[in-house]
Design a protein around this ligand. Structure first.
Ligand code: DGJ
Length: 337
């Protein structure tokens, strides 16, 4: 590609459309590795779960593309292929594998992949974890779990722990729900998991263990009742930022942004970062990652096509700032320089 043209088909270095949806990009030793959902084959429309938009494809695996400049992407293959012979396996084609994100652990020298592992009806709501010695995989699948079983959030109030029907209380023993997710590594090497939890109503931020393969049990509830999905987290000038979406299945909605001095909060909402035409639909997209690039940041999003999920496109825009507020403006074409 000569420039980033959001919403168009993006050819890889062999001319085939890049297939890396709901993904994230890891910068490692001068190369950018883009991991994403391989969406392939028939889109199953009405019945798998109406409340979630009722649309899915068979799980195929996680793609990995490599680039030096964010323009030319070489397909390195399927780094976590689906399983075909065990219908109970998290990676079985009939399950849901979404929003894969890879982080590098400098101490263990391992690449750790976190993703949203779910059943076809999105009721399992778990995190899946896989690990590799190399960015290009293959990744070894370690399993899935519901976060923070038996633990209360560090910032839970006594009244939050009382109502047995409240998802936080209901799921206390078995573990908290985890759907859309991302992972973020701070400058001090500490890792954090952000999950759409409590039936998507409230985001949870969980501390990763030192090896990034699990959780320490320390977590916080943030944005209670705000129904946020698609979290993308970054740090700029000592402040933490999140850009997330609302919760409308595959249909686009207005993004939200927030800032905090500590990752544990309090988070201050800054409103919709998008400006101009189609700001109310995030330029017909839903965020998935924020990539620190050179001196700035790039917002990575998906323009989902729920009737033909493999034909979903990418929207990548540079992030500007007005004061401490992130700002996104549409660009037909731009070069990441
Ligand atoms: C919105 C989420 O952000 C996507 O990752 C996916 O789970 C869809 N919902 C499913 O409807």
């Amino acid at each position: 590609m000569k420039e980033i043209r959001s919403g168009e088909v993006w050819p890889d270095s062999e001319g085939k459309p890049v297939n890396a949806h709901g993904g994230g990009v890891l910068a490692h030793e001068g190369t950018y590795y883009w991991y994403g959902e391989i969406k392939q084959g028939k889109t199953y429309l009405p019945d798998c779960n109406k409340s979630w938009g009722g649309t899915r494809v068979d799980v195929t695996g996680v793609s990995c593309y490599a680039s030096k400049d964010l323009l030319e992407w070489k397909n390195l293959g399927n780094v976590l292929p689906a399983v075909t012979d065990d219908p109970k396996h998290d990676l079985h084609i009939g399950m849901v594998l979404e929003r894969p994100k890879v982080i590098y652990n400098a101490a263990t020298k391992k690449f750790v992949l976190w993703f949203h592992a779910d059943s076809m009806d999105y009721a399992a709501a778990k995190c899946g974890v896989a690990v590799s010695d190399k960015p290009e995989g293959p990744f070894t699948y370690l399993g899935s779990f519901r976060p923070n079983a038996g633990k209360w959030p560090a910032n839970a109030k006594e009244e939050d722990k009382k109502d047995p029907k409240a998802p936080l209380v209901r799921d206390h023993d078995a573990g908290q729900m985890a759907r859309d997710l991302t992972v973020f590594v701070d400058e001090d090497g500490k890792g954090y998991l952000f999950t759409a939890s409590e039936d998507n109503a409230t985001m949870h931020i969980s501390e990763l263990t030192d090896d990034y393969l699990g959780l320490t049990g320390k977590y916080a509830r943030v944005f209670p009742g705000r129904m946020m999905e698609a979290p993308a987290v970054f740090k700029r000038e000592g402040k933490y930022y999140i850009i997330a979406s609302g919760c409308t299945a595959w249909a686009p909605n207005a993004a939200r942004s927030a800032v905090a001095d500590s990752i544990w909060g309090p988070w201050r909402e800054l409103g919709n970062p998008c400006q101009g035409e189609k700001a109310e639909t995030t330029f017909q997209s839903q965020g998935t990652y924020v990539l620190p690039y050179k001196e700035g940041f790039v917002f990575l999003a998906d323009r989902w096509n729920k009737d033909d999920l493999p034909d979903s496109r990418y929207v990548w825009l540079p992030i500007g700032f007005q004061g401490d507020k992130p700002v996104l403006q549409w660009k037909d074409g731009w070069k990441p320089e």
